[in-house]
Ligand binder design. Structure first.
Ligand code: ADE
Length: 273
């Protein structure tokens, strides 16, 4: 997988050279190329921003350095090149929310190009230009504003690259983790079995793998119902077994005639966990 990041703060991306993703980069599984946008400026001050037409606070990023950066990074994009098509990702608070499903989808792409905006964002023509030559996704980390796209790229790359075959040693951990199946993962315990008077739940010491798997699923359902009712409402009832449905019913969730899960109006309040 090839990853290009265009930014005015290349050093911000240094953490991508650490830990699991760093090793994947070192091993050549991930071809990471970080570019300084100012390389494509032509004036003495290496200007990348300017005031918005129509007035208003703050500055926007000028289109020319971005256009030159796309020319060099994306290339001509015609059928004569050997490169696979790139997908351009622009982090912005106005984008589609980034989810595990989007991470899984991006992990199937051979080439992602991240464009990091700063200031009040990009001149709209930068986005139009990118959309004209590659597939473009504007992606938001969540309903809050950070100072630039770099921190979002760290998050997105971390979530995407770990799904890439070979990056994580134990692929089983990808199946069981939070959000993999639309549920939050339940709590976990390791050794010692007793610590400062706190015991590990007996079931986990039982060696009964089927019972443990069921208990973990119940914990995941309970936690999701307590912390993220929006995720419970999005579960597909067809993928719930009898025990799932009975536990959810105990928590006040039933499958309504429209085939979706909804919470009974007189259900007990969610139990915090
Ligand atoms: N840039 C600024 N805020 C952002 C957000 N919430 N998500 C992605 N990029 C951003």
């Amino acid at each position: 997988m090839r990853l290009d990041v265009i930014t005015i703060f290349p050093d911000y991306l240094a953490p991508l050279r650490l830990s699991l993703i760093g090793r994947a980069v070192q091993d050549g599984l991930v071809d990471l190329r970080v570019h300084d946008l100012r390389m494509w400026t032509t004036d003495r001050h290496r200007t990348v921003d300017d005031t918005p037409y129509g007035g208003g606070p703050g500055m926007l990023m000028r289109p020319e350095p971005w256009g030159a950066a796309f020319d060099d990074v994306l290339g001509p994009g015609d059928a004569g090149t050997a490169d696979p098509p790139a997908r351009v990702v622009v982090p912005t608070p106005g984008g589609r929310p980034f989810t595990q499903a989007m991470a899984a989808e991006l992990a199937t792409e051979p080439w992602l190009v991240f464009a990091c905006a700063r200031y009040e964002g990009l001149d709209q023509r930068v986005l139009d230009e990118a959309a004209g030559r590659a597939s473009l996704d504007e992606v938001s980390l969540g309903d809050y504003v950070v100072n630039g796209g770099e921190v979002a790229v760290l998050v997105i790359v971390e979530a995407v690259a770990r799904l890439f075959p070979g990056v994580i040693g134990n692929a089983g951990s990808l199946v069981e983790e939070s959000h993999a199946d639309g549920l939050l993962e339940g709590p976990g315990w390791t050794k010692p079995s007793m610590w400062r008077g706190h015991a590990v739940p007996d079931v986990l010491l039982s060696g009964d793998h089927a019972r443990i798997a069921r208990w973990r699923r119940d914990q995941a359902l309970r936690r999701t119902a307590a912390r993220r009712p929006d995720l419970v409402a999005r579960l597909e009832p067809d993928r719930l077994d009898r025990q799932d449905r009975s536990l959810l019913a105990e928590l006040g969730w039933v499958v309504d005639p429209g085939g979706t899960l909804s919470r009974l109006a007189d259900a007990p309040p969610p139990v915090a966990d």
